[in-house]
Design a protein around this ligand. Structure first.
Ligand code: HEC
Length: 163
């Protein structure tokens, strides 16, 4: 992770911590209703000491809707593809790590025209268990896209699907 990644991570933390009220206009990324029933792509635990712990510490699971699954397979994500980054706290006890409270539901929503400025993806974060409290809003370019930008050859998606 380079300095730019860290700065972007810090911007995200600031956005989440201050709970900036963001107006939901036409370009607002919809809450990904029902994503827990979508395809699970992968999971990852980010522990204390990792450069991104402040922003992404905990356990996250990635979920993809059908169009996003087609995108993982073909390398091209069509409009309507949605990928969710479901981040929860971790709880360590009795030599086991389990899920704690949900921290944020991160979303990438594909619409090449609407979100042209951020690589064709609308980025949003819904705070905790809220389906309406937006943590990113107009800050998508600096808080999210700046770090995803180096993944241009993969249409700005970091993860790969493991069959
Ligand atoms: C500092 C870098 C960084 C920032 C900032 C960042 N991301 Fe990511 N994001 C990643 C990495 C790395 C992954 C891959 C995680 C994995 O493989 O489990 C990822 C994965 C994702 C995914 C799953 C699709 C993919 O690309 O693999 C979504 C959705 C996502 N991020 C949303 C967001 C949102 C929304 C924001 C802004 C609130 C954001 N990200 C900010 C680094 C970042």
């Amino acid at each position: 992770m380079n300095a730019r990644h860290l700065a972007a991570g810090a911007a995200l933390v600031a956005a989440i911590v201050t709970g900036v009220a963001v107006s939901a206009g036409d370009a607002a990324v919809p809450y990904p209703a029902g994503y827990r029933a979508w395809q699970h792509v992968k999971s990852m635990v980010i522990e204390p000491g990792h450069a991104l712990y402040a922003a992404f510490g905990g356990i996250h699971h990635l979920y993809a809707n059908e169009k996003a699954m087609e995108g993982y397979a073909s390398g091209h994500f069509q409009d309507g593809a949605v990928i969710v980054f479901d981040l929860l706290e971790t709880v360590s006890a009795d030599h086991a790590v389990t899920e704690g409270k949900r921290k944020v539901v991160g979303v990438m929503h594909r619409d090449a025209k609407k979100y042209a400025e951020t690589g064709g993806w609308g980025f949003e974060g819904f705070a905790g268990d809220s389906t309406t409290e937006r943590a990113v809003g107009a800050k998508a370019a600096s808080a999210c896209f700046s770090c995803h930008a180096p993944q241009k050859d993969h249409e700005y998606v970091f993860s790969r699907y493991r069959p």
